[in-house]
Each structure stands twice: as structure tokens, then as C-alpha cells.
Design a protein around this ligand. Structure first.
Ligand SMILES: [Zn+2]
Length: 341
């Protein structure tokens, strides 16, 4: 009898432990500012994103001719990318925003398999890439107006991409260098309309192009969209910090996404300057790496966990500041909220 009770008590404690462990896994400390994120596996709470790389390419056919359905040697792709992502996961990375757009290699079905096998959250995109001298802009984008383009992208958000139920987690667009062209402007307006329909954030390849920055900020204003819905992608190409600080102060996100093992010192110095301005809360860090560039060797994306973060810590950055850069900022930047206007 006594033994029975002891057994029952033990079973009770095991059950309570398992239940609380289970609910801990299901709801990891949901915070007040949590929103939702669409991964290739479905919707998750933004608190579950964890440590993020905000601009990478799991694979792409960039440089090749545009395609409607990208073709890869899948055996080679998986053999190269999955072990690499597993290593990244061991280094602490939880989530990757994949910036390969339609027409140069987006394949959401393959991204889902890669996410399955690597255990890393992957977030894909909608939109059209307007840089590379318009090479990856399909004819239909010239024929359609901004509203009809936004309907196509909004439908991907509502129903899924390419006949799957996989939804985009952000809008990816791009501007060529020099004065913004009509088509790049139209694609951006279509992106803004899509944002208004969906709450998806706009990540826009802009680089060192202040004219394109000014145009985009003016269009956001025209549509009454808050600048925090916009990411200045490849802002690391800008040498003068003044414009970056000015734009960040208004709420936009500054994506410093070219980190390499050989450039971490430059990133350290720049991050110190952002910290002095009190603007670390507007910076996103990434590598613009590529796991399978046209079937070639990996363009690496591990210098942040391997080199930059240890360097930040040994140069006086706190764990809290690193957490801000790698966890809090991406969570805020990409959280799907329609109220960003
Ligand atoms: Zn890129």
C-alpha cells in the first residue's frame, strides 16, 4: 500500500514534469511584443525565431538565365547544404531568412526539406528582384500595374507559393544602382501595397544608392507606412555613416549583411559607432552567403557566430547587446503586424 502510494506520487511528479516541459517547448516565454512569423513549416511565434541570420541564400541560380521553376541537382544540394546548416545550428543559429527570389532560384519545396533535415527555421519571400540590370524581372511585371502585382504577392501570403501551402515571411525587392528606373519604382509600390495587405516587412536591396533610399522613403510616406516596415539591405556598402544614422533614427532597419571572416574588424568599428549613437536597436547583421551558388562551393555564412560575436564580446559589447542584434532586432524587424502605418 505504502509502496503503491510512493509509485503513484512518483508517476504524478513525472507527469507534471513532462507536462510543464511540454508546455515550455510549445510556448517559450511568450513576450508582450511577440508577433507571428511565417516559416516554410508554417506560422510560429516571433519569440521562437531565436538567433537569426537575416540575409542569406540557402541556394540560388543567380547569374544563370531566369527561370519559372528553378532546377537544382537535389542530391548535391542536400549533400552540401544540410551538413553546413547543422554545423550552424551547433554554433547557435536558429533561423535564416532566405533572400533568393522567384526567377533566380526560389524553390520553397526544397527549402522545406532542407529545414526538415537541418532543424533550422527557414523563412522565404515574395516579390521580384529588380537589380542585376533587371535580368530577373519577368515580362508580366512590365505588363501589370502595381496593384495587380501586389495581388499576386498577397495571394502567395494568403494561400501559399507555387501550389504549396508555404507562405512568404517577408517581401524581397531590389533597386539597381543610379537613378531609380520606372520598373524598380513600380515593383516597390507593389511591395508597399502588399505590405498594406499583409503586414509583411519590405527587405529592399538598395546598397549605396541614396537616391533610391530617398525615393523609397517618400513612397512609404505617400502610403502612410511606418519606416520600421522597411529594411535597407546592403547598407554596409555605404561608407558615410551619417545617412545610415539619419534613416535609422527615423525607424528604418539598417542591414549590415556582408560580414566575412576578413571584414569583422570593420564591422566591429561600425557597430561601435552605432552604439555611440544609441542605434544598435536598428541594426541587422548577416553575411549574404550562399549554400549552393549555381551548384558551386558554399559562400560561407558562419563568420558572425565564429568570429564577429567573440570579437564583439572581447571588445566590451555585452551579452545583452549581442542578444539585441541577433535575436531582438530581427524579431521586431520581421514580425508580421499590419499596424506598421
Ligand atoms: Zn543577397
Amino acid at each position: 500500500m505504502f509502496l503503491d502510494m510512493k509509485k503513484r506520487t512518483l508517476k504524478y511528479f513525472i507527469a507534471v514534469f513532462l507536462l510543464s516541459f511540454y508546455s515550455y517547448c510549445q510556448e517559450p516565454n511568450i513576450s508582450k511584443d511577440s508577433t507571428i512569423i511565417h516559416t516554410v513549416h508554417g506560422t510560429i511565434n516571433s519569440d521562437s525565431l531565436g538567433y537569426v541570420l537575416s540575409h542569406e541564400h540557402i541556394m540560388s541560380n543567380f547569374g544563370a538565365e531566369p527561370d519559372n521553376v528553378a532546377v537544382y541537382d537535389e542530391v548535391e544540394l542536400f549533400k552540401q547544404v544540410i551538413p553546413y546548416l547543422k554545423q550552424l545550428k551547433l554554433a547557435g543559429v536558429h533561423s535564416i531568412f532566405d533572400c533568393t527570389t522567384a526567377y533566380f532560384g526560389r524553390r520553397v519545396d526544397l527549402l522545406k526539406k532542407i529545414s526538415d533535415f537541418s532543424g533550422i527555421h527557414i523563412i522565404t519571400n515574395t516579390g521580384i528582384y529588380g537589380a542585376a540590370n533587371d535580368k530577373y524581372i519577368p515580362q508580366m511585371a512590365y505588363d501589370a500595374d502595381a496593384t495587380s502585382l501586389s495581388k499576386i504577392w498577397t495571394e502567395e501570403f494568403q494561400k501559399g507559393i507555387d501550389g504549396t501551402t508555404i507562405k512568404p515571411g517577408f517581401i524581397k525587392l531590389a533597386f539597381d544602382a543610379g537613378p531609380p528606373s520606372e520598373i524598380d519604382k513600380k515593383l516597390f509600390e507593389a511591395g508597399v501595397l502588399t505590405h498594406l495587405n499583409t503586414g509583411l516587412t519590405l527587405a529592399v536591396h538598395t546598397g549605396n544608392n541614396p537616391e533610391a533610399v530617398r525615393l523609397q522613403l517618400a513612397l512609404l510616406k505617400k502610403y502612410d507606412v511606418d519606416q520600421s516596415a522597411w529594411i535597407w539591405v546592403h547598407a554596409n556598402a555605404v561608407e558615410n555613416d551619417a545617412l545610415l544614422f539619419e534613416v535609422a533614427t527615423k525607424g528604418a532597419w539598417i542591414s549590415l549583411d556582408g560580414v566575412k571572416e576578413t571584414s569583422v574588424q570593420d564591422y566591429l568599428e561600425r557597430l561601435k559607432r552605432f552604439r555611440e549613437q544609441g542605434l544598435l536597436n536598428k541594426v541587422l547583421l548577416s553575411h549574404d552567403g550562399n549554400g549552393f551558388p549555381r551548384g558551386g562551393e558554399i559562400r560561407k555564412f558562419d563568420a558572425i557566430p565564429q568570429n564577429l560575436i567573440p570579437m564583439l564580446i572581447s571588445n566590451g559589447f555585452t551579452e545583452k547587446e549581442v542578444h539585441q542584434l541577433m535575436v531582438e532586432n530581427p524579431k521586431k524587424a520581421f514580425g508580421i503586424i499590419k499596424s506598421k502605418k
